[in-house]
Design a protein around this ligand. Sequence first.
Ligand code: GLY
Length: 370
Amino acid sequence: MLERVHVPLPGRAYDVMIGPGLLDVAGKHIAPLLRRPRVAVISDETVAGLHLETLRAGLAADGIEMQALILPAGEATKCWAELTRCVEWLLDQQVERGDVVVAFGGGVIGDLVGFAAAVLRRGVRFVQIPTSLLAQVDSSVGGKTGINTQHGKNLVGAFHQPSMVLADTSVLGTLRPRDFLAGYGEVVKYGLLGDAAFFDWLEVQGTALAAGDGPARVEAVRRAVQMKADIVVRDETEQGERALLNLGHTFGHALEAATGYSNRLLHGEGVSIGCALAFELSSRMGLCAQEAPSRLRAHLREMGMKVDLADIEGDLPDAESLLALMGQDKKVVEGQLRFILARGIGEAFVTGDVVRDDVLAVLSDALAQR
Ligand code: GLY
């Protein structure tokens, strides 16, 4: 049940392998990339505690030795200090231009380690072994790497494509249900942005996916990764179409900032609430029927996900302040916010043509329901 999605970027094409048990055979997949049989692995405490020895054995089976650096788990790790620590450690390990660095963890580790690999010796190759659903369907593919700063998320980084992605779907079994569902927000995003049939499929299969259905998980990851690969190949550096992958993120990033990037709101939860708000805005602007946000909200509710601002514990700032937080978004062009809106499920598009008062009204009404 091993699936392969090829990302045919000229000069830096790579494969995304998807299936259960990939950690056990990681060495077989990585060995052809290596000039000498050793890799430097960077992971976090949670993932390392659960899976590092499995990866070590999977590499050793093909004679590959590994050194590991274990970082604290959590979004706060995606910072300048940990970037410095990664780069200095990789230099301590005498990682050379021809070696391969392995990012073993969720989106935080993938983004941070990918960026460290991008700047180390002006760029060394790296392999992504994503362990969260969010990282498997989104952040490990496409080469976006980076860290957060005090000005906001992902504001410093580089496009640096991995040389391979190994998405072992059996590790998803060790995720907390909340983390799985947060990642599911990114899965739903793919159906919403460009594939209504995938959204139909998720409406039927979502519950089984969450309950642990292995083949359904492989299929969901494969379809999401294939969509992402297709978009990345057409628009690697986000000059246009790739921005569609940020559906729900303009609202979501503002909510994450408002909650201090804390456990109050995980990134994927911000995305699912953000998708619901983006569809609500689309409907109010007359771009899509009210049925679209209603159907989306019904599915998210059925899955037990966060849907409304009322699902976020604690205080939130007012609508004006939330709008101001959106201003730091990378999608701002010449001071104007760009939104990903939709003409229906599976029909998203990018636009700067949004009236400020419409956004404020959507946010105010959503806050009023808290
Ligand atoms: N996660 C959005 C992108 O990779 O473009």
